[in-house]
Design a protein around this ligand. Structure first.
Ligand SMILES: CC(C)(COP(=O)(O)OP(=O)(O)OC[C@H]1O[C@@H](n2cnc3c(N)ncnc32)[C@H](O)[C@@H]1OP(=O)(O)O)[C@@H](O)C(=O)NCCC(=O)NCCS
Length: 435
């Protein structure tokens, strides 16, 4: 085992994610270009890892390159109308063949199990079936699109059953009609529909780029639905735009979060899912948690959080008047307008130190990494104030601070003014963290 302390602390940092992802449903949207890329073996390893961690995975793939190749055959006459390819009885079997070829490549990759590879003994079960009922798009501008179809129904019960048995469900962009015909589907629309109907926790779109960029070519790490809508106003038909559209639609219709990540970058999936800052673009509904400076109208919310802990002696008492004076030192995390966590930072100019205090997460939201996230935010704030060392006084939370990289210290490290008011009766332990 690697004894590097970074490795250990990284491993600890991912623990809240591991817990929170267990049993969650992720729909992964894979263009064919991802499947044929050299990095696909790594993506497969990461998918296998998620499967082992208990994430319920549905993989929806495209088959564009293969399809284009097949349609280069001069005997085919597939025309495009409003961006949709008309598929006749000659081209339809060719497309099914193209899709099957991509599908088998994915199945083969998920079936590898070579020793000395992350897939050794993975024994992943890949399942598929007639989960998608389709219907023809019909006639557009007088042109019959024939076997170009759209999703009519997703068999969520069968999908649920497969996922319950820990299988990865692999879905190709094909659907079947009650009349026994096969229809070609747009894989991004299919993945979006499945994510919505399955009430998925995440839709994850793989693209060539790291995520969505704004006009200034700056990667957009997080987008609310409103911000996403604005980006979508730009005229663009690239894959990233289509992925962003899918993310927007999925989140708008109930999926918690949607992500755009690179299929080229090794480990992009893991970095996006298991690090606080992520790696690609995350789209979330507007109700997502925010961390911000506290305002005077947050005082009631903060008091509600800290009062029970003051009564238990975990926190020192802060009357409302004091809180009003010190509100500028507080940072809060809110969800849907409710303060669910708070922390305060008191800078001491001499010695470039700062005190972290009053770190609390509402009991309903504990053990989801909220306080750790808030701490990381406070550390960034401290960095801007040129604070190089944080200290905290605590009576009952020593181990939490230790796990966040603090170490125990003694009274002498505190700024003079803090030493003078140290409460010997309370006998708090002192922890420091160098930033
Ligand atoms: C400490 C506290 C802020 C952590 O909030 P959180 O959002 O749940 O934190 P995280 O999700 O980042 O971390 C949760 C982990 O910390 C652990 N933890 C919580 N309180 C702890 C404590 N007093 N001592 C040691 N570990 C603790 C949890 O058990 C959990 O670990 P586990 O699930 O792996 O077992 C929260 O428990 C709290 O509000 N406690 C009361 C107030 C307090 O003591 N504040 C610190 C004084 S300034």
């Amino acid at each position: 085992m690697n004894s590097n302390p970074d490795y250990v602390s990284s491993f600890r940092q991912i623990s809240p994610y591991i817990k929170s992802y267990k049993g969650k449903t992720f729909v992964l949207m894979l263009p064919e270009a991802a499947v044929t890329h050299a990095n696909f073996a790594n993506i497969t390893h990461d998918i296998a890892l998620l499967n082992h961690l208990g994430v319920r995975i549905i993989l929806v793939h495209g088959a564009r390159q293969q399809t284009e190749q097949k349609l280069q055959d001069p005997s085919t006459t597939a025309q495009i109308h409003q961006g949709i390819r008309a598929i006749d009885s000659t081209t339809s079997p060719l497309l099914v063949e193209a899709i099957a070829s991509t599908r088998f490549a994915i199945e083969a990759s998920l079936s590898t199990g070579l020793p000395n590879s992350p897939m050794h003994n993975a024994n992943i079960q890949v399942r598929s079936g007639n989960f998608i009922t389709a219907m023809p798009i019909g006639v557009v501008d007088g042109v019959d699109l024939q076997y170009a179809g759209k999703v009519r129904k997703v068999d969520i019960h069968s999908l649920d059953e497969m996922l319950f048995n820990h299988a990865i469900v692999l879905i190709s962009p094909l659907g079947f009609s009650a009349t026994g015909e096969v229809f070609n589907l747009n894989y991004t629309e299919l993945a979006t529909k499945i994510a919505i109907d399955m009430n998925a926790d995440k839709l994850i779109a793989f693209t060539k780029n790291n995520g969505a960029f704004n006009d200034n070519r700056k990667l957009q790490k997080q987008l609310t639905l409103l911000q996403c809508e604005k980006l979508l106003l730009q005229k663009d038909t690239s894959n990233i735009h289509l992925s962003l559209k899918a993310c927007y639609k999925a989140c708008d219709q109930g999926v918690n979060r949607a992500h755009i990540i690179s299929y080229i970058e090794d480990g992009a999936l893991i970095k996006e899912l298991f690090t606080r800052d992520g790696f690609g673009t995350m789209v979330h509904r507007d109700s997502y948690e925010t961390i911000r400076r506290a305002r005077i109208d947050d005082i009631s919310g903060i008091l509600e959080l800290i009062k029970p802990l003051e009564l238990d002696g975990v926190l020192t008492r802060r009357p409302r008047e004091l809180l009003e004076q010190e509100i500028n030192h507080f940072t809060v995390m809110e969800i849907d307008g409710t303060v669910i966590a708070c922390a305060a930072l008191y800078p001491f100019v001499k010695g470039n130190t700062g005190e972290l205090a009053c770190m609390v997460t509402h009991p309903d939201y504990q053990r989801q990494g909220k306080a750790a996230k808030l701490l990381s935010h406070i550390e960034k704030q401290a960095g801007k104030l040129k604070i190089s060392q944080l200290f905290v006084l605590t009576t009952q939370t020593a181990h939490w601070f230790l796990e966040q990289g603090f170490s125990e210290s003694s009274l002498e490290i505190l700024p003079q003014e803090k030493q003078k008011v140290y409460n010997y009766q309370r006998n708090s332990k002192i922890f420091v963290k160098t930033l």
